[in-house]
Design a protein. Structure first.
Length: 59
């Protein structure tokens, strides 16, 4: 059964207002793309590194 929740966004965070019952589950999806992060051209050691980011996770 799907229940609609009251949500509020504050400073980029979602607040869920909900009365919990045993067995309740929250499912969510974060549709973000993986992207290559550009190296700092002033740091020589960075020239051989590749950084991939899937916000907020950095690989």
């Amino acid at each position: 059964m799907v229940k609609l929740l009251t949500t509020e966004m504050k400073k980029g965070c979602a607040t869920l207002t909900f009365t919990w019952a045993e067995g309740d589950v929250i499912e969510y999806s974060l549709p973000v793309e993986v992207r290559k992060v550009k190296e700092n051209e002033l740091v020589e050691a960075d020239q051989v590194l590749v950084v991939m980011e899937r916000c907020p996770i950095v690989y």
